[in-house]
Design a protein around this ligand. Structure first.
Ligand SMILES: Cc1cc2nc3c(=O)[nH]c(=O)nc-3n(C[C@H](O)[C@H](O)[C@H](O)COP(=O)(O)OP(=O)(O)OC[C@H]3O[C@@H](n4cnc5c(N)ncnc54)[C@H](O)[C@@H]3O)c2cc1C
Length: 477
């Protein structure tokens, strides 16, 4: 993975930059010792590592603003960081950058049930947003599998999704507003407590902008009343392609489950070992969940089972209790951690039209044979968001490069069938060099123009999202 050469001038000014950061932050909020900065050398894409110049941990919007002013004046790149769970290398530092971590900005600022929103500081973890409102019968819908750890900041930057986003939408559909600090320290508010706040509708631009435009410090999030009930059904098949065809038929029929998740044989085994969820022994498994009153659940599941039976499943099993449902989801949500126990892996994140699932699954199988690398599949099948996990050996010379090449082929395949490079994990550095497979030079220039407006000096989150060759003139300038 090519990264820009660190600026020797910035490296030589480290002592002064650190002293200026210490002057605007509490003593324990600036980390500059080399051994300690290693804690920030990577995110969850651990194949790539580089300790930053320093890391700072502010506790308020004002402190974030002060840090950015210093870095702007010193011409130092800044990498915003939430919890560091990005699978795309979105929070990977460069040696001449300052990591700006928002983990200490984690308070609930306002809860308004009448208007169904909560305002939180952006370092608050996803799950603890629901934690703050669930005793009053509410929840925050986007549910990345990493929700115990990942922060709302990262969710907004990556426009994160999760298993239940088929019905409720991803982060952008549940975000009402943000407080964001620009690279020069200016504090701005975009959107607010209600839908369609006045002024230009810039919120959609911010959500998914991967730390390129500003540092989000607060967010207004939509909260929803908890559904009356929910019940998953397990549908087991003897072939990946047939399972894919079943998903396409469920979507075509117009039923709207909250989730349709897919796991292939490798993932079923690994997740079963992890969670003892009682998954059937089969080639491909769908977890389909519906919500509502008991009558609504029965009706929707009845239709789903009818569709599934047309594809000759080897087992169709409805959850019989809340305990069983929890285990079913625990297994699925632990998929990435569980596979990490058996091998190094790279998790891809392409999106495809649901009707292409059988074809794409077959091609992934062929690519796996061609490259000689095992692939496990687990993904949000209902919205066509695929997560092929390519297994490799980080200690075997050449294996990572082989894995990268295969990953690139899979993602290009997603684009070829009419999908796109990323569903929910973002571009980061992982898919940066593939952007030209999806966007024309004119498209990319328009995207760069947006960054020019928000971050004219190109200091925020360097070397991510855009291929280095495309940004060279701007970075040099
Ligand atoms: C086991 C596992 C399971 C996962 N499952 C899912 C899943 O189901 N769905 C899904 O969508 N993702 C998933 N992810 C990926 C990851 O958790 C998400 O991308 C998450 O939103 C990242 O949040 P974070 O706080 O860790 O962000 P980080 O990794 O710290 O940063 C991610 C990006 O956000 C930017 N950023 C961070 N803070 C700010 C800020 N304050 N202002 C502006 N930009 C900022 C960073 O610069 C970076 O580009 C998973 C990851 C793991 C490890």
């Amino acid at each position: 993975m090519e990264m820009p050469i660190p600026d020797p001038d910035i490296l030589s000014r480290k002592a002064r930059i650190v002293a200026r950061l210490q002057a605007v932050l509490p003593a324990n909020a600036v980390i500059h010792d080399e051994a300690q900065t290693r804690a920030y050398e990577c995110d969850a894409l651990t194949a790539y590592r580089c300790p930053p110049l320093a890391a700072v941990l502010p506790t308020s919007t004002e402190e974030v603003s002060a840090v950015l002013r210093v870095c702007h004046e010193e011409g130092v790149p800044v990498v915003p960081r939430g919890s560091g769970t990005s699978l795309a290398g979105g929070a990977l530092p460069t040696a001449d950058s300052v990591i700006l971590g928002v983990a200490r900005l984690n308070d609930v600022l306002e809860t308004d049930y009448d208007n169904r929103f909560i305002r939180v500081q952006s370092g608050r973890t996803n799950l603890s947003v629901t934690g703050a409102v669930e005793s009053d019968g509410f929840f925050y819908a986007p549910d990345p599998s990493s929700q115990l750890a990942c922060a709302i900041a990262g969710n907004i930057a990556m426009n994160s999704g999760g298993a239940h986003c088929l019905k409720y939408g991803v982060t952008t559909n549940n975000l009402l507003g943000v407080t964001m600090v620009l690279m020069d320290g200016t504090v701005t508010q975009i959107g607010g407590a209600h839908m369609d706040a006045g002024g230009l509708d810039l919120l959609g631009l911010i959500c998914g902008s991967e730390g390129q435009l500003g540092v989000v410090t607060e967010a207004w999030l939509r909260i929803l009343p908890k559904p009356e009930g929910a019940r998953p059904v397990l549908i087991a098949f003897n072939s990946n392609e047939v399972a894919g065809a079943c998903v396409a038929d469920i979507i075509k029929a117009g039923v709207l489950p909250v989730a349709i998740e897919f796991m292939d044989k490798m993932l079923i085994r690994v997740c079963e070992d992890f969670a003892q969820a009682g998954y059937p022994d089969c080639e491909a498994l769908l977890i389909v969940e519906v919500e509502g009153s008991t009558a609504e659940i029965d009706e929707q599941l009845g239709l789903i089972k009818q569709i599934a039976r047309r594809h000759d499943p080897i087992e169709l099993r409805e959850s019989q209790s809340e305990e069983e449902s929890k285990k079913i989801w625990m297994g699925r949500k632990a998929a990435f951690s569980a596979i990490g126990k058996i091998s190094d892996y790279m998790c891809l994140d392409g999106t495809i039209p649901v009707s292409s699932l059988p074809h794409v699954l077959r091609r992934i199988g062929e690519l796996s044979q061609d490259y000689g690398l095992a692939v496990g599949n687990v993904f949000h099948a209902g919205d066509g968001n695929m997560h092929p996990l390519i297994l490799y050996d980080a200690n075997k010379p050449g294996d990572l490069e082989k894995c990268e090449a295969m990953g690139a082929d899979v993602l290009k395949l997603c684009v070829e069938v009419g999908g796109c490079l990323t569903g929910e994990h973002g571009v980061g550095i992982e898919k940066r060099d593939l952007m030209t497979a999806q966007f024309s030079p004119e498209d990319l220039e328009a995207q760069l123009g947006v960054k020019d407006v928000f971050d004219p000096a190109w200091l925020l989150n360097p070397a991510k999202v855009f291929p280095l060759a495309v940004t060279e003139t701007r970075r040099v300038a």
